[in-house]
Design a protein around this ligand. Structure first.
Ligand SMILES: CC1CCN(C(=N)N)CC1
Length: 330
């Protein structure tokens, strides 16, 4: 089988939300598909109403196929300091027309302020590796791990776009969605993420700098987080760019358009070029002409993060069968 689903950007492409149907009859929630985590959790009838602010709720009591996993709990915290926790059901979950009949659905009984204030986001659907799943006493498989063997090919692809809807495909590669070759690189899943190593980068029209950049392909992170040395080099090319200690981030003039940023993939010379305009992430209102940089340092994380700023410049194949990533321009 194969499937596909449209995913829509929130403002500033901060995240992309995808319709997912849970239970019988189907309850449609809009979830943040996140290759950097491995829990499928949702706002629910068990989320205290003071923590709910417009989100759609999963109501297991209204699903004839919901089964409570008695004594099972989950608790997760994300890179940005947000967190959630709760209880666990098994129920039918359909994404892109593909149904997993018994998927662990984690119902939130607690969510942090960041989630309460994000009224369009009804929860997360993790597509990292199952080793990251937080359910106790037994970790649960992701939706992709559960559907994989039904798929024509054990893969899914991400085609995120700047300021417009993109697509997640399951089980096949849409040749019309990419330009030129797909270059594949091996994935080390030992930390549960889609971890790979880029062999180098280029700034603007400059020559490729050969250096290994180990990072994760992460649809759930908004920006491109790279080693500080590279980030300093990039913003040094931009008059007026500066590290704003109050924001804890690099900022740059919103005009002119800054240089493109390219990263290499594989040993066949493939590069993915991020247009400079993607690096003008958002205007910093109080200062007016200054913008928040779409490239920031990965300090303290231990690896780089190829988040949406990078992913929306590429067609990316997440190959669960061969544990590899494929990158193509589009
Ligand atoms: C290493 C961190 C990357 C960002 N995260 C995520 N996409 N869920 C959390 C983990």
């Amino acid at each position: 089988s194969t499937g596909n689903e449209v995913t829509k950007p929130e403002s500033y492409d901060v995240e992309y939300l995808t319709p997912v149907s849970i239970g019988t009859p189907g309850q449609v929630l809009h979830l943040d598909i996140d290759t950097g985590s491995s829990d499928l959790w949702v706002f629910s009838s068990e989320t205290p109403s003071n923590l709910v602010n417009g989100q759609s709720l999963y109501e297991p009591a209204k699903s004839s196929t919901a089964q409570k996993l008695e004594g099972y709990t989950w608790k997760i915290s994300y890179g940005d300091g947000s967190s959630s926790s709760g209880v666990v059901y098994r129920d039918s979950v359909t994404l892109g027309g593909l149904t997993v009949s018994s998927q662990a659905v984690e119902a939130a009984t607690q969510v942090s302020e960041e989630f309460t204030s994000d009224s369009n986001n009804d929860g997360l659907l993790g597509l990292g590796f199952g080793s990251l799943n937080t359910v106790q006493p037994k970790g649960q498989k992701t939706w992709f791990e559960n559907i994989m063997q039904e798929l024509d090919s054990p893969i899914f692809t991400a085609d995120l776009k700047a300021g417009e809807p993109g697509t997640y495909n399951f089980g096949y590669i849409d040749k019309n969605a990419h330009i030129g070759n797909i270059s594949y690189v091996s994935v080390n899943d030992s930390n549960g993420y889609w971890t790979w190593t880029s062999p180098g980068y280029a700034i603007g029209t400059g020559a490729l700098v050969s250096t290994q950049i180990m990072g994760i392909a992460d649809t759930g992170t908004t920006l491109l987080l790279l080693p500080s040395t590279i980030v300093v080099m990039y913003y040094a090319q931009i008059p007026g760019a500066l590290y704003d200690a109050t924001q804890g981030a690099y900022t740059l003039p919103c005009s002119p358009t800054p240089p493109d940023f390219s990263f290499a993939v594989g040993d066949d010379g493939q590069v993915i070029t991020i247009p400079g305009e993607y690096i003008l992430y958002a205007a910093i209102t109080s200062i007016g002409t200054m913008c928040f940089g779409g490239i920031q340092a990965d300090s303290g994380i231990g690896f780089s993060i190829f988040g949406d700023v990078a992913l929306k410049a590429a067609f990316v194949v997440f190959d669960g069968g061969k544990k590899r990533l494929g990158w193509a321009s589009k």
